[in-house]
Design a protein around this ligand. Sequence first.
Ligand code: NI
Length: 189
Amino acid sequence: MILPIVAYGHPILRKKAIDITPDETGIEQFISDLWETMYATDGVGLAAPQVNRSIRIFVIDGNPLSEKYPEAKNFRKCFINARIIEEEGEPWAYSEGCLSIPEIHEPVERKPRVHIQYLDEQFQPHDEWFEGANARVIQHEYDHLEGILFTDHLSTLRKTMLRRRLSDISHGNIKIDYRMIFPVNKKRK
Ligand code: NI
């Protein structure tokens, strides 16, 4: 089932998501819905809070980035109860977007290597390092579990300049081709 995406300004995007257990009700179906929703919206990653569930799961398929970033080829993973242990390297800028913040793309600086522990779809534990574009997408999705959005990483000036467009997104004053949940249902005149 394709789930609606929660738009910028919704309080669930600001909550710290909680760990799950394998007996969490309907978890298999939910993960399958996450994949389906991510592909239907042309995302390279999707985190559970973005579909209105504050639990620690995100899915990533980096293949669309692989032409420019070879490390992203065949990078397709589900991360459950993930914890970033450390990040390292010289921060680099990459123009990020987010399904919850449509049509806004801004360069964000992040470190190029990330060490993360997580469970896969079968709840098997992993302890791995990821680099480049893969690290980038993990950091972006992981932020969603912590209640952080990519716009939070921008300068005060950029944030001020984006304020009106972000408010339009919260109010649903945007054109998008996927279903969304808007936090403010009153249309601005
Ligand atoms: Ni996002």
